[in-house]
Design a protein around this ligand. Structure first.
Ligand code: PHE
Ligand code: NA
Length: 440
């Protein structure tokens, strides 16, 4: 068998992981999850989750992947024994379902991006009597949605088929810097809007009362969002770390990746909330439609909205693509490692399957809510819990040894990591999972 692929550079690995992390979760999901959770109250809970659970969890996935040098199924088995192949199988399935609807949403963003070339958002809205929701439902379902879903999946398949270095690494080297520059530009522009202040204060002033009163809803929502945004709980970070050939300081890489993802989600909030308030839009209750409806209305009301809207929607597409390739890579690496299928055939085969599973979402939004709600409130939390059980209880010694490679003897810090995982983190995850299932 040919030698397993690997990243050409450390930067390549970090950019790929950042590219995976930063995506619809930051720009499409984070603002509405924040708005549903009451703004800043949610933000506090979410940030705590990222720091206290996201960081130990990303390290856990890294050590599993790097040591095993295999896809999630093979990697979990290598760590925990044969029974873990079922958990690995669930990871691969999550990848399939998650990418299937992720691609349809990305297609909607392509559509809104293209609308910006066809005229101002104000003029588009006029054809729907100013009703942005009617516009969304009109343009986001049916044949055109199928075509854009096809285009997006074809791009994703193309990149993954080209392999780790020629495909993924090359693509993220262009996409991730572009994404960051564009978002920073948008945030600076949003700062100059009239009404920006109201947006910031909605976003950034937590009410302590709101946190304690709603914690049973906030906890699973924050947990789901934290894992979703960091691409945790289904093996992306296991897979990407499996292509690391040298032993590097994974803790440092984890901090970098989480720093970028959180910074960019935060930045997206600094764009979206001022734009909403400047355009006289209330950010609550729109759910998955919030961004499409709210941003379109706002771009219609703001001078320069056409260009800015086009840039905004285009930026989201870039972020979505760099995440989609990581999802497809999980499933592809499984087919390559476990079934011995050639890369390009594997990527195309599973890509087409995923494409077909996504088709119902182009037909009715109800499928999106079913898929998305279940994935992040339940499955990702479950997946993260399994990774924690594996590292905390089944193979803590192997995990610590692997973590110390490239760092050196961690002494009690390593013990703290294991014990944090063993008891408090697992308890929080079990509670989140329970609440998430009840809520769902
Ligand atoms: N992290 C991605 C985002 O925020 C979504 C994702 C989840 C990607 C899980 C891969 C795995 O959009
Ligand atoms: Na993210």
């Amino acid at each position: 068998m040919a030698q397993r692929e690997s990243w050409a550079t450390r930067t390549g690995f970090i950019l790929a992981a950042v590219g995976s992390a930063v995506g619809l979760g930051n720009i499409w999901r984070f603002p509405f999850a924040t708005a549903d959770g009451g703004g800043a109250a949610f933000l506090v809970m979410y940030l705590a989750f990222i720091a206290l659970i996201g960081f130990p969890a990303i390290l856990a996935e890294f050590v599993i992947g790097r040591k095993a040098e295999r896809n999630p199924v093979g990697a979990l088995v290598a760590y925990g024994g044969n029974a873990w192949k079922y958990v690995g199988g669930i990871f691969v399935l999550i990848g399939v379902v998650l990418l299937s609807y992720y691609s349809v949403i990305a297609g909607w963003f392509i559509r809104y991006f293209l609308e910006g070339f066809r005229g101002s958002y104000a003029s588009h809205l006029t054809s729907y009597n100013g009703d942005a929701q009617a516009m969304f439902f009109d343009i986001s379902f049916g044949m055109e949605s199928v075509i854009l879903h096809t285009v997006f999946m074809a791009l994703t398949i193309g990149i993954v088929a080209l392999g780790i270095r020629q495909g993924i690494e090359l693509a993220v080297k262009v996409m991730v810097p572009a994404l960051i520059v564009l978002l920073v530009g948008l945030a600076v522009w949003a700062f100059t809007l009239e009404g920006a202040g109201a947006g910031y204060s909605y976003y950034l002033s937590p009410e302590v009362g709101a946190i304690t009163a709603n914690w049973t809803e906030l906890l699973p929502a924050a947990a789901g969002q934290a894992f979703f945004t960091l691409s945790l709980g289904m093996g992306v970070m296991i897979t990407y770390a499996s292509y690391l050939r040298e032993d590097r300081n994974l803790a440092k890489d984890g901090v970098t990746i989480i720093g970028f993802d959180t910074g960019i989600a935060f930045l997206a909030g600094l764009v979206v909330f001022p734009v909403f308030f400047a355009g006289d839009i209330q950010p609550d209750e729109g759910g998955p439609l919030t961004i499409f409806v709210g941003m379109t209305e706002a771009f219609a009301n703001i001078t320069g909205g056409q260009i800015l809207g086009l840039v905004f929607f285009g930026t989201v597409v870039i972020g979505a693509l760099s995440s989609a390739i990581s999802l497809l890579e999980v499933v592809t690496s499984y087919a390559i490692d476990e079934k011995g299928i050639e890369r390009w055939k594997a990527a195309t085969g599973v890509g087409v399957l995923i494409y077909l599973i996504g088709l119902p979402v182009t037909y009715d939004i109800i499928f999106l809510e079913v898929y998305d709600g279940f994935i992040d409130a339940v499955l990702l939390v479950f997946g993260a819990l399994m990774v924690m059980v594996l590292v905390g209880w089944v193979a803590p010694k192997a995990a610590v040894d692997e973590l110390e490679k490239g760092i050196g003897d961690l002494g009690t810090t390593a013990q703290a990591w294991v014990w944090a995982i063993r008891v408090p983190i697992i308890i929080v995850l079990v509670v989140s999972l329970y609440l998430g299932i009840v809520e769902y």
